[in-house]
Design a protein around this ligand. Structure first.
Ligand code: NAP
Length: 343
């Protein structure tokens, strides 16, 4: 099987694709599998293959795979997509998507870094979302010097550390706290409420660990240090008590937010939280533009590999239908050959 990902040459300026998929996480790669199987000429543009899977340790809730390292699952997604030969560009960021009226049919001009400048009859937005920040003093100053946004990536750097703090009450915070409890002597889990979004399984597991201390109903008001983080200042929202916890690291795991301004610049309608509004067929307000995965309003609050993959598949099907209904789709002999359907 060819693993051409990342090595694909840049498309020629002005080249046209049936579909350009923006994003290379589970949603984007799943969409690529399906659009390629529908024989649509497909270009995937990804800043990083794997998306948020790169920030996870292992996955044990994807049907058919009992427990798999996230990195292995990314490789598997890559290999599966590559099997159907879409063109996949890595380390390229799409910066501009705008309507192009130079043809009798609607299409979009898609531009990006490394000189990307192509046309798309349809676009599937699968760009995920970006990490939310606390916005407290010290956060920016100590980023990379004790402040981290990825526990599972950076936990090993805190081996033997006296204490670290994890902020958040979702799966990422709990997964991080559990992992860190194997490296640091003590882990404070700081959460603004006393109820958790995290799966009960994670919560029960964390409660069993002697070295995880819950600091609840509390918010971080400052991160202090010198050359690196030395402490985190927290305030109890109920009692008003302020205390300073000595820590070597602060892991901020408070979720994600979408690049709302960029979506609006493209003309995409967003919901109140800034996610791209989609209907049940992953259609956006723009003709020929579909969206899938964490960047959408669909199933917000339940962001899973399986839901992202499902959305990618549906978006691909909708792109195919959109083109077929308008007579804009004809399987080219090369596409048939690549998909193993002719000789
Ligand atoms: P999340 O589920 O959105 O949880 C974010 C947490 O941060 C919430 O507890 C939230 O508090 C808190 N928070 C948000 N803004 C805050 C702020 N400004 N200050 C303080 N706290 C704040 O995000 P996530 O944990 O990163 O997970 C994202 C998605 O990935 C989820 O769908 C999750 O299931 C998935 N995921 C799965 C796994 C796994 O299954 N192995 C691992 C990681 C992530 P409130 O609860 O008060 O809103």
């Amino acid at each position: 099987m060819s693993m051409r990902l990342g090595l694909a040459r840049m498309p020629k300026k002005g080249e046209e694709y049936d579909v350009v998929i923006v994003g290379g996480g589970p949603a984007g790669l799943s969409a690529a599998i399906y659009t390629s199987r529908f024989l649509l000429s497909t270009l995937v543009v990804a800043e990083q293959i794997g998306g948020q899977l790169n920030l996870t340790d292992y996955v044990d809730d994807y049907p058919g795979l009992k427990k798999i390292q996230a990195s292995a699952l990314i490789r598997s997604f890559k290999a599966h997509a590559a099997m159907f030969n879409p063109r996949i560009l890595e380390l390229v960021r799409v910066t501009k998507i705008e309507p192009d009226n130079s043809k009798p049919y609607p299409r979009y001009r898609v531009r990006g870094t490394r000189g990307l400048d192509v046309y798309a009859k349809t676009v599937i937005m699968a760009v995920g979302s970006k990490r939310r920040k606390l916005g407290v003093p010290g956060e920016r100053e100590f980023a990379g010097r004790g402040v981290s946004y990825c526990s599972v990536c950076d936990a090993p750097f805190f081996r033997g550390s006296k204490a670290v703090a994890v902020v958040g009450g979702g799966d990422a915070a709990f997964e991080g706290a559990l992992m860190l409890s194997g490296y640091a002597q003590k882990v404070y889990l700081i959460h603004r409420r006393n109820q958790f979004r995290a799966k009960p399984f994670f919560v029960e597991e964390a409660k069993k660990r002697d070295n995880i201390e819950f600091v609840l109903n509390s918010i971080v008001i400052e991160i202090k240090g010198d050359k690196k983080v030395r402490s985190v200042v927290v305030k109890n929202k109920v009692t008003g008590e302020v205390k300073e916890l000595e820590v070597d690291g602060v892991f901020i795991e408070i979720g994600f937010e979408p690049p709302k301004e960029w979506f609006q610049e493209i003309g995409l309608e967003t919901d109140e939280y800034g996610y791209i509004k989609v209907d049940e067929w992953m259609r956006t307000n723009l003709p020929g533009v579909f969206a899938a995965g964490d960047c959408t309003s669909m199933w917000r609050g339940f962001r899973q590999v399986v839901t992202a993959s499902a959305m990618g598949a549906v978006a691909a099907y909708s792109a195919y239908n959109y083109l077929a209904e308008r007579g804009l789709y004809e399987p080219k002999p090369l596409a048939l050959k690549k998909a193993g359907l002719s000789h």
